[in-house]
Design a protein around this ligand. Structure first.
Ligand code: ASP
Length: 323
């Protein structure tokens, strides 16, 4: 089905201190293959005339199900040795939104965020309540051990030994962390469907060694995720606290809508504000004409895009993707 109008999907799998020299060819291939699978699956939804919301969910579920990314299977551990997951989704046509935070048993948090958006009158549910709601909606509930991966467990032990919350992005020389330790991978997607509708979604395990029910930007509408057909769809990854303080996703969308700022510049302006208060990360941005930007102020960001012609583009390092 092709009505000649643009369709596009842009995804990210986290931004951070990804060093070219330390990323082995094997691991790079694994990341690129999973990004490509996510793009292909999401594109099939758009190509078949599906909605941008459904394409975002399909693309994110692939990354949630992969142990490579810090979302779903592969999520990082809290100080208490749990996996507490956050996710959000937003539809640009209606500005309906849904989010969940601090859940431990929902296999695909992005599906739960979508259920909140479509099946409840609320925007955000947390903890046990969110889990009960997801179960009622027939979503797949798993034992918390489903989220266990050895490398994330080892990361937690190192973080506890260093007594620090590991921002996946940290690259402090006084606390050297291996690439494995610094593996980041919050995931997100933005999509434009054949009907001109935008959507955005984000899913994460948050930060290794987080405590006290800490929640970052990913499930917060306007911080980690935003979509508005009048401007853009945005998904963020980075030092969540600073993305909340700068209302990063809404900030970027507001520049595009109110100031007509080109989308790459809008993203860069937001990232500059974040840098000014000590944060870093990346943003993917997509407008209703299919123009997109993948911007980051870290060494790298796992990302990719696919449009009408179905060609898969993946990128990790600066300059690899056009946007
Ligand atoms: N933004 C996420 C958080 O702060 C982490 C990340 O993007 O890696 O929870």
């Amino acid at each position: 089905m092709d009505n000649g109008l643009p369709i596009r999907l842009v995804i990210h799998g986290g931004a951070g201190a990804i060093s070219r020299s330390k990323l082995t060819a094997e691991r790079e291939l694994a990341y690129r293959q999973t990004l490509a699978e996510s793009l292909t699956v999401g594109h099939a939804v758009l190509q078949a005339g599906g909605s941008s919301v459904d394409a975002v969910i399909a693309a994110i579920v692939v990354m949630e199900d992969s142990p490579l990314f810090n979302a779903g299977k592969g999520a990082v551990f809290t100080h208490a040795g749990r996996n507490e997951l956050d996710a959000s989704i937003m539809e640009g046509a209606t500005r309906l939104a849904g989010a969940i935070a601090g859940v431990t048993t929902i296999r695909n948090p992005i599906r739960a965020a979508h259920a909140v958006m479509t099946k409840s009158t609320h925007v955000m549910l947390i903890g046990h309540g969110a889990e009960a709601f997801a179960a009622e909606q027939g979503l797949e509930i798993v034992d918390p051990t489903y989220f266990y991966t050895q490398h994330r467990w080892d990361q937690l032990q190192k973080a506890i030994a260093k007594d620090r919350i590991m921002l996946d992005h940290d690259n402090d020389s006084d606390t050297p962390l291996s690439d494995e330790d610094q593996k980041r991978g919050t995931v997100g997607a933005v999509a434009l469907d054949r009907y001109g509708n935008l959507a955005a979604g984000t899913s994460t395990g948050g930060l290794t060694n987080k405590r006290y029910g800490r929640v970052g930007d990913s499930p917060i509408i306007g911080a980690g995720t935003y979509a508005d057909n009048r401007s853009v769809a945005v998904s963020a990854t980075g030092t969540g606290e600073m993305f909340i303080r700068t209302a990063a996703a809404f900030n970027t969308a507001a520049q595009a809508r109110l100031l007509n700022t080109p989308i790459a510049d809008a993203a860069d302006n937001t990232l500059a504000e974040i840098a000014a208060i000590g944060g870093d990360g990346g943003l993917i941005v997509l407008d209703a004409l299919g123009h997109y930007a993948t911007r980051f102020n870290t060494q790298g960001m796992y990302c990719g895009t696919i449009g009408n012609d179905g060609t898969v583009w993946t990128g990790i390092f600066p300059g690899e993707l056009n946007g």
